[in-house]
Ligand binder design. Structure first.
Ligand SMILES: Nc1ncnc2c1ncn2[C@@H]1O[C@H](COP(=O)(O)OP(=O)(O)OP(=O)(O)O)[C@@H](O)[C@H]1O
Ligand SMILES: [Mg+2]
Length: 348
Protein backbone atom coordinates (compact mmCIF):
# COMPACT_ATOMS: atom_id res chain seq x y z
CA UNK A 1 0.00 0.00 0.00
CA UNK A 2 2.70 2.41 0.95
CA UNK A 3 4.77 1.63 -2.08
CA UNK A 4 2.29 3.72 -4.00
CA UNK A 5 2.38 6.58 -1.62
CA UNK A 6 6.16 6.55 -1.58
CA UNK A 7 6.23 7.11 -5.28
CA UNK A 8 3.80 9.96 -5.06
CA UNK A 9 4.77 13.19 -6.65
CA UNK A 10 3.23 16.61 -6.93
CA UNK A 11 0.91 18.47 -4.66
CA UNK A 12 -2.45 17.48 -3.24
CA UNK A 13 -5.38 17.73 -5.62
CA UNK A 14 -7.81 20.59 -5.01
CA UNK A 15 -10.81 19.90 -2.80
CA UNK A 16 -14.22 19.95 -4.45
CA UNK A 17 -15.07 23.36 -3.06
CA UNK A 18 -11.89 24.71 -4.59
CA UNK A 19 -12.84 23.46 -8.00
CA UNK A 20 -14.83 26.40 -9.23
CA UNK A 21 -16.50 24.34 -11.90
CA UNK A 22 -18.16 22.03 -9.46
CA UNK A 23 -19.71 24.80 -7.40
CA UNK A 24 -23.30 25.47 -8.31
CA UNK A 25 -23.79 22.26 -10.23
CA UNK A 26 -27.02 20.75 -8.97
CA UNK A 27 -26.73 17.27 -10.40
CA UNK A 28 -23.96 15.54 -8.53
CA UNK A 29 -21.41 14.01 -10.83
CA UNK A 30 -20.59 10.33 -10.58
CA UNK A 31 -17.31 9.85 -8.80
CA UNK A 32 -17.10 6.07 -9.21
CA UNK A 33 -18.26 4.36 -12.37
CA UNK A 34 -18.08 0.59 -12.81
CA UNK A 35 -19.06 -0.61 -16.24
CA UNK A 36 -19.35 -4.31 -16.95
CA UNK A 37 -16.67 -4.98 -14.38
CA UNK A 38 -15.39 -8.57 -14.17
CA UNK A 39 -12.78 -10.48 -12.23
CA UNK A 40 -11.89 -14.10 -12.76
CA UNK A 41 -9.40 -15.96 -10.57
CA UNK A 42 -7.71 -19.10 -11.83
CA UNK A 43 -6.00 -21.51 -9.50
CA UNK A 44 -3.96 -24.48 -10.66
CA UNK A 45 -3.25 -25.47 -14.23
CA UNK A 46 -4.59 -27.73 -16.95
CA UNK A 47 -7.32 -30.18 -16.01
CA UNK A 48 -6.95 -29.27 -12.37
CA UNK A 49 -7.50 -25.57 -12.95
CA UNK A 50 -10.25 -24.01 -10.87
CA UNK A 51 -11.75 -20.82 -12.12
CA UNK A 52 -13.72 -18.52 -9.87
CA UNK A 53 -15.75 -15.73 -11.38
CA UNK A 54 -15.60 -13.45 -8.37
CA UNK A 55 -17.11 -10.48 -10.18
CA UNK A 56 -19.19 -10.97 -13.30
CA UNK A 57 -20.50 -8.09 -15.25
CA UNK A 58 -21.11 -5.54 -12.53
CA UNK A 59 -22.14 -1.98 -13.30
CA UNK A 60 -22.86 0.79 -10.85
CA UNK A 61 -22.16 4.43 -10.15
CA UNK A 62 -21.49 6.29 -6.93
CA UNK A 63 -22.23 10.00 -6.77
CA UNK A 64 -19.96 12.51 -5.20
CA UNK A 65 -20.63 12.86 -1.48
CA UNK A 66 -22.68 9.67 -1.20
CA UNK A 67 -22.31 7.21 1.66
CA UNK A 68 -22.92 3.89 0.02
CA UNK A 69 -23.08 0.40 1.51
CA UNK A 70 -21.62 -2.38 -0.63
CA UNK A 71 -23.34 -5.44 0.76
CA UNK A 72 -23.73 -9.11 0.01
CA UNK A 73 -23.19 -12.55 1.53
CA UNK A 74 -19.73 -14.04 2.10
CA UNK A 75 -17.96 -14.58 -1.19
CA UNK A 76 -20.27 -12.21 -3.10
CA UNK A 77 -17.32 -10.31 -4.56
CA UNK A 78 -17.33 -7.21 -2.38
CA UNK A 79 -13.65 -7.22 -1.44
CA UNK A 80 -12.67 -8.10 -5.00
CA UNK A 81 -14.69 -5.12 -6.26
CA UNK A 82 -13.05 -2.85 -3.70
CA UNK A 83 -9.61 -4.12 -4.65
CA UNK A 84 -10.31 -3.22 -8.28
CA UNK A 85 -11.60 0.16 -7.14
CA UNK A 86 -8.34 0.85 -5.34
CA UNK A 87 -6.04 -0.55 -8.01
CA UNK A 88 -4.83 -3.58 -6.05
CA UNK A 89 -6.42 -5.95 -8.59
CA UNK A 90 -6.81 -5.59 -12.33
CA UNK A 91 -10.23 -6.29 -13.84
CA UNK A 92 -10.50 -9.28 -16.18
CA UNK A 93 -13.09 -7.35 -18.14
CA UNK A 94 -15.07 -4.12 -18.18
CA UNK A 95 -13.79 -0.98 -16.56
CA UNK A 96 -13.80 1.04 -13.41
CA UNK A 97 -13.13 4.74 -13.03
CA UNK A 98 -12.60 6.53 -9.75
CA UNK A 99 -12.67 10.32 -9.79
CA UNK A 100 -12.01 10.22 -13.50
CA UNK A 101 -8.94 8.03 -13.12
CA UNK A 102 -8.24 4.40 -13.85
CA UNK A 103 -7.19 2.81 -10.55
CA UNK A 104 -4.88 0.51 -12.47
CA UNK A 105 -3.22 2.99 -14.82
CA UNK A 106 -3.28 6.02 -12.53
CA UNK A 107 -2.74 4.23 -9.25
CA UNK A 108 -0.23 6.73 -7.93
CA UNK A 109 -2.34 9.78 -8.78
CA UNK A 110 -5.40 8.09 -7.35
CA UNK A 111 -3.62 7.33 -4.07
CA UNK A 112 -3.71 11.07 -3.33
CA UNK A 113 -7.47 11.16 -3.66
CA UNK A 114 -8.30 7.87 -2.03
CA UNK A 115 -8.26 6.66 1.56
CA UNK A 116 -8.53 2.93 2.13
CA UNK A 117 -9.12 0.87 5.25
CA UNK A 118 -9.20 -2.91 5.22
CA UNK A 119 -10.45 -4.07 8.61
CA UNK A 120 -8.42 -7.25 8.37
CA UNK A 121 -5.11 -5.65 7.47
CA UNK A 122 -3.04 -2.78 8.77
CA UNK A 123 -1.50 0.06 6.85
CA UNK A 124 0.38 1.32 9.88
CA UNK A 125 3.96 0.63 10.83
CA UNK A 126 3.71 -2.19 13.31
CA UNK A 127 6.72 -1.34 15.45
CA UNK A 128 6.35 2.43 15.53
CA UNK A 129 4.20 4.49 17.86
CA UNK A 130 1.02 5.45 16.03
CA UNK A 131 1.98 9.13 15.86
CA UNK A 132 5.16 8.22 13.96
CA UNK A 133 3.06 6.58 11.26
CA UNK A 134 1.23 9.86 10.81
CA UNK A 135 4.50 11.78 10.52
CA UNK A 136 5.64 9.39 7.79
CA UNK A 137 2.30 9.59 6.00
CA UNK A 138 2.47 13.36 6.09
CA UNK A 139 5.75 13.29 4.20
CA UNK A 140 4.63 10.60 1.76
CA UNK A 141 1.41 12.37 0.89
CA UNK A 142 3.07 15.79 0.83
CA UNK A 143 0.65 17.24 3.37
CA UNK A 144 1.75 20.71 4.41
CA UNK A 145 2.62 21.12 8.12
CA UNK A 146 -0.32 23.49 8.55
CA UNK A 147 -2.82 21.11 6.97
CA UNK A 148 -1.31 18.24 8.90
CA UNK A 149 -1.72 19.97 12.24
CA UNK A 150 -5.32 20.97 11.53
CA UNK A 151 -6.26 17.61 10.18
CA UNK A 152 -4.61 15.62 12.94
CA UNK A 153 -6.10 17.85 15.60
CA UNK A 154 -9.59 17.29 14.27
CA UNK A 155 -9.19 13.55 14.09
CA UNK A 156 -7.42 13.35 17.44
CA UNK A 157 -10.44 14.98 19.03
CA UNK A 158 -12.99 12.79 17.29
CA UNK A 159 -11.15 9.53 17.69
CA UNK A 160 -9.47 10.16 21.05
CA UNK A 161 -6.10 9.37 19.49
CA UNK A 162 -3.75 11.05 22.01
CA UNK A 163 -4.79 8.47 24.61
CA UNK A 164 -2.80 5.84 22.72
CA UNK A 165 -0.78 7.40 19.90
CA UNK A 166 2.52 7.05 21.72
CA UNK A 167 2.01 3.28 21.87
CA UNK A 168 3.57 1.03 19.24
CA UNK A 169 0.88 -0.14 16.85
CA UNK A 170 1.48 -3.80 17.67
CA UNK A 171 0.42 -3.14 21.26
CA UNK A 172 -2.84 -1.36 20.42
CA UNK A 173 -6.18 -2.99 21.02
CA UNK A 174 -8.25 -3.70 17.92
CA UNK A 175 -10.54 -0.75 18.61
CA UNK A 176 -7.62 1.62 19.12
CA UNK A 177 -5.91 0.38 16.00
CA UNK A 178 -9.03 0.79 13.88
CA UNK A 179 -9.37 4.39 15.02
CA UNK A 180 -5.70 4.82 14.17
CA UNK A 181 -6.24 3.29 10.72
CA UNK A 182 -9.13 5.62 9.95
CA UNK A 183 -7.06 8.66 10.83
CA UNK A 184 -4.19 7.33 8.69
CA UNK A 185 -6.51 6.84 5.71
CA UNK A 186 -7.94 10.34 6.06
CA UNK A 187 -4.85 12.35 6.91
CA UNK A 188 -4.41 13.59 3.34
CA UNK A 189 -8.09 14.55 3.03
CA UNK A 190 -8.95 12.07 0.30
CA UNK A 191 -12.07 12.76 -1.73
CA UNK A 192 -13.07 9.11 -1.52
CA UNK A 193 -12.88 6.78 1.44
CA UNK A 194 -13.17 3.04 0.87
CA UNK A 195 -13.76 0.83 3.90
CA UNK A 196 -13.78 -2.95 3.88
CA UNK A 197 -15.30 -4.13 7.17
CA UNK A 198 -13.90 -1.31 9.33
CA UNK A 199 -15.99 -2.24 12.38
CA UNK A 200 -15.19 -5.95 12.38
CA UNK A 201 -14.40 -7.15 15.89
CA UNK A 202 -15.05 -3.81 17.57
CA UNK A 203 -17.10 -3.55 20.77
CA UNK A 204 -20.32 -1.53 20.82
CA UNK A 205 -18.66 1.64 22.13
CA UNK A 206 -15.87 1.57 19.57
CA UNK A 207 -18.37 0.88 16.79
CA UNK A 208 -20.47 3.84 17.85
CA UNK A 209 -17.40 6.12 17.88
CA UNK A 210 -16.25 4.98 14.48
CA UNK A 211 -19.75 5.47 13.04
CA UNK A 212 -20.08 8.97 14.48
CA UNK A 213 -16.72 9.90 13.06
CA UNK A 214 -17.53 8.52 9.61
CA UNK A 215 -20.86 10.31 9.53
CA UNK A 216 -19.15 13.60 10.41
CA UNK A 217 -16.43 13.08 7.84
CA UNK A 218 -19.01 12.46 5.15
CA UNK A 219 -21.26 15.36 6.17
CA UNK A 220 -18.65 18.00 6.92
CA UNK A 221 -15.89 17.21 4.45
CA UNK A 222 -18.15 15.89 1.70
CA UNK A 223 -16.02 12.76 1.48
CA UNK A 224 -17.59 10.05 -0.64
CA UNK A 225 -17.65 6.81 1.34
CA UNK A 226 -17.95 3.24 0.12
CA UNK A 227 -18.49 0.88 3.04
CA UNK A 228 -18.50 -2.89 3.13
CA UNK A 229 -19.83 -4.45 6.30
CA UNK A 230 -21.83 -7.36 7.64
CA UNK A 231 -23.05 -5.19 10.50
CA UNK A 232 -26.49 -3.97 9.50
CA UNK A 233 -26.46 -1.37 12.28
CA UNK A 234 -23.53 0.26 10.42
CA UNK A 235 -25.68 0.38 7.34
CA UNK A 236 -28.82 1.62 9.11
CA UNK A 237 -26.91 4.43 10.73
CA UNK A 238 -24.71 5.47 7.86
CA UNK A 239 -25.66 4.47 4.35
CA UNK A 240 -27.96 6.53 2.19
CA UNK A 241 -27.91 3.88 -0.53
CA UNK A 242 -27.26 0.15 -0.64
CA UNK A 243 -25.69 -1.82 -3.40
CA UNK A 244 -26.25 -5.52 -2.81
CA UNK A 245 -24.19 -7.93 -4.83
CA UNK A 246 -24.47 -11.69 -5.06
CA UNK A 247 -22.19 -14.02 -7.00
CA UNK A 248 -20.39 -11.01 -8.38
CA UNK A 249 -23.35 -9.21 -9.84
CA UNK A 250 -25.77 -6.52 -8.70
CA UNK A 251 -28.95 -7.73 -7.02
CA UNK A 252 -30.22 -4.49 -5.62
CA UNK A 253 -29.43 -0.79 -5.80
CA UNK A 254 -31.50 1.61 -3.70
CA UNK A 255 -32.44 2.82 -0.24
CA UNK A 256 -33.25 0.69 2.81
CA UNK A 257 -36.95 1.52 2.30
CA UNK A 258 -36.85 0.39 -1.30
CA UNK A 259 -35.13 -2.81 -0.26
CA UNK A 260 -37.83 -3.48 2.26
CA UNK A 261 -40.50 -3.01 -0.39
CA UNK A 262 -38.65 -5.36 -2.71
CA UNK A 263 -38.29 -8.11 -0.11
CA UNK A 264 -41.98 -7.78 0.79
CA UNK A 265 -43.79 -5.83 3.46
CA UNK A 266 -42.31 -7.48 6.50
CA UNK A 267 -43.62 -7.11 10.01
CA UNK A 268 -42.44 -8.66 13.21
CA UNK A 269 -43.90 -9.70 16.52
CA UNK A 270 -41.76 -10.13 19.59
CA UNK A 271 -43.21 -12.68 21.98
CA UNK A 272 -42.13 -13.58 25.52
CA UNK A 273 -43.34 -16.80 27.12
CA UNK A 274 -43.68 -17.57 30.83
CA UNK A 275 -41.27 -20.47 30.42
CA UNK A 276 -39.10 -21.84 27.64
CA UNK A 277 -41.73 -22.93 25.10
CA UNK A 278 -42.05 -26.14 23.12
CA UNK A 279 -41.69 -25.25 19.45
CA UNK A 280 -42.55 -28.79 18.33
CA UNK A 281 -46.17 -27.75 19.00
CA UNK A 282 -45.92 -24.75 16.69
CA UNK A 283 -48.60 -24.33 14.03
CA UNK A 284 -47.05 -21.22 12.52
CA UNK A 285 -47.79 -20.82 8.81
CA UNK A 286 -45.01 -21.16 6.25
CA UNK A 287 -42.93 -18.08 5.70
CA UNK A 288 -42.68 -17.01 9.33
CA UNK A 289 -39.06 -16.52 10.30
CA UNK A 290 -38.23 -17.27 13.92
CA UNK A 291 -35.30 -15.92 15.94
CA UNK A 292 -35.06 -17.08 19.54
CA UNK A 293 -34.43 -14.49 22.25
CA UNK A 294 -33.33 -14.55 25.86
CA UNK A 295 -32.21 -18.14 26.17
CA UNK A 296 -35.22 -19.39 24.24
CA UNK A 297 -37.87 -17.83 26.48
CA UNK A 298 -38.75 -15.34 23.79
CA UNK A 299 -38.91 -15.20 20.03
CA UNK A 300 -38.79 -12.63 17.26
CA UNK A 301 -41.27 -13.74 14.61
CA UNK A 302 -41.11 -12.05 11.26
CA UNK A 303 -43.85 -12.42 8.68
CA UNK A 304 -45.16 -10.85 5.51
CA UNK A 305 -47.95 -8.48 6.45
CA UNK A 306 -49.53 -8.69 3.01
CA UNK A 307 -50.48 -12.30 3.66
CA UNK A 308 -50.52 -12.70 7.46
CA UNK A 309 -51.81 -10.81 10.47
CA UNK A 310 -50.56 -10.70 14.09
CA UNK A 311 -53.61 -12.81 14.98
CA UNK A 312 -52.39 -15.56 12.63
CA UNK A 313 -49.06 -15.54 14.43
CA UNK A 314 -50.64 -15.72 17.90
CA UNK A 315 -52.91 -18.54 16.73
CA UNK A 316 -49.89 -20.38 15.41
CA UNK A 317 -48.11 -20.32 18.77
CA UNK A 318 -51.06 -20.95 21.09
CA UNK A 319 -49.96 -24.51 21.91
CA UNK A 320 -46.27 -23.63 22.10
CA UNK A 321 -46.38 -22.06 25.55
CA UNK A 322 -48.10 -19.48 27.70
CA UNK A 323 -47.51 -16.01 26.28
CA UNK A 324 -46.38 -13.51 28.88
CA UNK A 325 -46.08 -10.47 26.65
CA UNK A 326 -45.89 -9.54 23.00
CA UNK A 327 -45.31 -6.45 20.95
CA UNK A 328 -45.16 -5.36 17.33
CA UNK A 329 -41.71 -4.62 16.02
CA UNK A 330 -40.38 -2.98 12.90
CA UNK A 331 -38.30 -5.50 11.02
CA UNK A 332 -34.63 -4.78 11.38
CA UNK A 333 -32.48 -4.37 8.31
CA UNK A 334 -30.73 -7.48 9.55
CA UNK A 335 -33.81 -9.61 9.01
CA UNK A 336 -34.66 -7.88 5.74
CA UNK A 337 -31.19 -8.78 4.49
CA UNK A 338 -31.61 -12.34 5.76
CA UNK A 339 -34.82 -12.66 3.76
CA UNK A 340 -33.07 -11.25 0.72
CA UNK A 341 -30.08 -13.59 1.07
CA UNK A 342 -32.45 -16.54 1.49
CA UNK A 343 -34.21 -15.72 -1.76
CA UNK A 344 -30.81 -15.28 -3.43
CA UNK A 345 -29.66 -18.65 -2.09
CA UNK A 346 -32.74 -20.48 -3.29
CA UNK A 347 -32.61 -18.87 -6.73
CA UNK A 348 -29.04 -19.92 -7.47
N1 LIG B 1 -6.97 -14.13 -4.72
C1 LIG B 1 -7.98 -14.96 -4.97
N2 LIG B 1 -7.78 -16.11 -5.64
C2 LIG B 1 -8.81 -16.95 -5.93
N3 LIG B 1 -10.08 -16.73 -5.57
C3 LIG B 1 -10.35 -15.60 -4.90
C4 LIG B 1 -9.31 -14.66 -4.56
N4 LIG B 1 -9.89 -13.63 -3.90
C5 LIG B 1 -11.21 -13.91 -3.82
N5 LIG B 1 -11.48 -15.09 -4.42
C6 LIG B 1 -12.82 -15.71 -4.57
O1 LIG B 1 -13.68 -14.75 -5.15
C7 LIG B 1 -14.97 -14.80 -4.56
C8 LIG B 1 -15.32 -13.43 -4.01
O2 LIG B 1 -14.46 -13.15 -2.90
P1 LIG B 1 -14.50 -11.76 -2.11
O3 LIG B 1 -13.40 -11.77 -1.15
O4 LIG B 1 -14.57 -10.65 -3.09
O5 LIG B 1 -15.89 -11.88 -1.36
P2 LIG B 1 -16.56 -10.91 -0.29
O6 LIG B 1 -17.86 -10.50 -0.85
O7 LIG B 1 -15.59 -9.86 0.11
O8 LIG B 1 -16.84 -11.91 0.92
P3 LIG B 1 -16.74 -11.70 2.52
O9 LIG B 1 -18.06 -11.14 2.94
O10 LIG B 1 -16.56 -13.08 3.02
O11 LIG B 1 -15.57 -10.81 2.81
C9 LIG B 1 -14.92 -15.91 -3.53
O12 LIG B 1 -15.43 -17.07 -4.12
C10 LIG B 1 -13.45 -16.05 -3.24
O13 LIG B 1 -13.14 -17.36 -2.86
MG1 LIG C 1 -14.61 -9.37 1.87
Amino acid sequence: MFNDAMRLGGALPPRPEERGLRAGIQVKPAIIVADGLEKTFSRGRGARARVTQAVRPLSFTVEEGEFIGLLGPNGAGKSTTIKMMTGILHPSGGSIQVDGLSPQRDRVALALRLGVVFGQRTQLWWDLPLIESYRLLRVMYRVTPTDYRARLQRMADWLDLPAFWSTPVRQLSLGQRMRGELAAALLHRPRILVLDEPTIGLDVTAKAEVRTFLREENAQEGTTVVLTTHDMADVEELCSRLLVIHEGTKMFDGTVGELQARVGAQSALQVMFRAVPDWSRSELPDGVERTLLEGGRGAFLQYNRDTLSPADILMGIRHVGEVDDFRMEEPRLESIMRSLYETLGSSS
